[in-house]
Design a binder for this molecule. Structure first.
Ligand code: PRP
Length: 213
């Protein structure tokens, strides 16, 4: 009998894209497409169970073994450094982590830089590597407002299309790192469900190559 694979998918547009990749890889679960509020879907004949979780929580489910595998953004992996295996770049959900500020911002190295962000760990590491003193202001969303209201000098945040920055009169000052969706696995699941996970990774890798085109 096939071993059941428990998969944590990020709720939202990225999750739907990623689900189609899993479907093509031989793990369909048609019920997942029905409209509704259900969060767990199972297809016994393919030995797969999907759960929709908050994108920033996928790595927690995988790290603790509640899910064997999952898909998380590189931003989340860099920020929380979960103890998991990162097996594949899916080449989708592409964006970047960047520093942005008001258009008239001029940096003054003599002053501590006030940085508003949801990604405190990434911001701290980035400025430490540059030897720059910063004061981190941790926010949970709508980060772009911080420099406009004078709460911070700059922000460290995800930029995808650039629309949010543009519509709030902000500009990118520096790019920190490119981001994309990663296939991750729980360390012991990778050992005990190796055959299923490995063949899935190989199939997804072929699809990820196509995503590059
Ligand atoms: C993310 C990010 C930016 C926006 C960037 O926000 O924090 O605000 O998307 O996308 P764009 O470059 O295509 O405009 P999200 O939608 O996750 O909301 P939140 O950070 O305000 O919670």
């Amino acid at each position: 009998m096939k071993q059941m694979l428990n998969v944590a998918l990020p709720k939202g547009r990225l999750g739907e894209k990623v689900y189609s990749m899993f479907e093509k890889a031989g793990y369909p679960c048609p019920a997942i497409k029905e409209a509704g509020r259900k969060l767990i879907f199972e297809n016994k004949s393919c030995a797969v169970r999907y759960f929709w979780v908050k994108p920033s929580d996928v790595a927690i489910y995988v790290e603790r073994g509640a899910a064997d595998i999952g898909v998380a953004g590189k931003d989340i992996l860099l920020e929380y450094e979960p103890d998991i295996y990162e097996l594949l770049d899916l080449n989708t959900g592409k964006c970047k982590m960047a520093v942005a500020a008001k258009k008239d911002f001029r940096d003054d190295n003599g002053r501590t830089l006030r940085v508003a962000t949801k990604f405190s760990n990434i911001a701290a590491g980035y400025y430490m590597s540059k030897g720059r003193d910063i004061d981190i202001i941790h926010l949970n969303g709508s980060i772009e407002i911080a420099p406009i209201l004078g709460l911070s000098d700059v922000i460290v945040d995800i930029v995808e299309t650039g629309t949010t920055l543009k519509e709030n009169d902000l500009k990118i000052i520096e790019t920190i790192v490119p981001i994309s969706a990663r296939f991750i696995a729980n360390k012991s699941s990778y050992k005990f469900k190796y055959n299923a996970i490995d063949s899935l990774v190989k199939n997804l890798a072929r699809q990820a190559e196509d995503n590059c085109d």
